[in-house]
Design a protein around this ligand. Structure first.
Ligand SMILES: [Zn+2]
Length: 267
């Protein structure tokens, strides 16, 4: 993550779910010669198998010649973060955002302590970024004073903040709280992370980057375009050779991520 503070521009973090989506995102980064963070959630780790997922990601970065690293997205426990550090992740997120403030500090501090032995970075979350299926509410924006205390006490490298985004797709266009973002950015040292960027208009993403967001997470749109493309192919075709069907869905992921990379780099 040192790369992030140095370049002072946005870096895209894309989730992957299988080999096809991994290749899709890596090809986009290679074609535009851009760095990329690869992310796995606990569900994806369970789906792919921890070591298979780690080895695929690391080999993929090398084969595609992409500068990047592997990150745990929304780690829910110290044990999972530890398992990922042992397996070779370069950075981990510990998400204590739904815990009381003091417990979020405690769990984050513990992961920061463990990660330092691996020279790995840690991301935490403060505030309420609605998860899939949760209500979108204005009540949970990150508070500046809390963010300051949180970063000071935990020594966390990156902080996901709640400034008006949510996970999944939006029913109405989101309105990011830019004043709040600027305020947080002026008061804390850690890297700022924006979750829930799927469906956020390009201009708002770019403004968020210009005001201090360094890491932009993209997940929902990747899953969506991959599955929508597959569904439309399968409706029209009885092809059983998956090697002829999947590449079209992989290409759709590449196109999407290229568009996002252009938005993020054109700042
Ligand atoms: Zn997230």
């Amino acid at each position: 993550m040192r790369l992030l503070t140095e370049q002072k521009k946005g870096l895209l973090a894309t989730n992957f779910y299988n080999l096809e989506t991994l290749h899709g995102v890596l090809r986009a980064a290679r074609e535009l010669d851009q760095p990329l963070i690869l992310q796995l959630t606990s569900n994806s780790i369970e789906y792919m198998g921890l070591n298979t997922a780690v080895n695929s990601a690391k080999t993929g970065l090398k084969d595609y010649g992409v500068e990047g690293w592997l990150h745990l997205d929304h780690g829910g426990s110290v044990e999972l973060a530890q398992a990922c550090l042992d397996a070779g992740f370069d950075s981990v997120m510990i998400d204590g955002s739904e815990l009381p403030f003091d417990e979020n500090i405690k769990i984050t501090k513990e992961v920061v302590k463990r990660a330092s032995a691996y020279n790995a970075n840690v991301e935490a979350e403060l505030g309420y970024v609605a998860k899939l299926g949760q209500a979108h509410t204005q009540m949970g924006f990150t508070r500046v004073a809390e963010a300051e205390t949180f970063v000071e006490e935990t020594g966390v490298d990156a902080l996901a903040i709640a400034i008006g985004t949510a996970h999944g797709f939006y029913k109405e266009e989101p309105k990011l709280q830019f004043d709040l973002l600027a305020d947080i950015h002026s008061r804390i040292k850690s890297i700022l992370v924006l979750h829930g960027s799927s469906g956020v208009p390009a201009a708002q993403l770019q403004q968020a980057i210009s005001l201090g967001i360094c890491k932009i997470n993209l997940a929902t749109e990747i899953k969506n375009i991959f599955m929508k493309t597959l569904q439309s192919i399968l409706k029209q075709s009885e092809e059983i050779d998956l090697r002829k069907v999947f590449p079209k869905a992989t290409n759709s992921v590449t196109q999407l991520v290229k568009e996002k990379l252009l938005i993020v780099q054109n700042n």
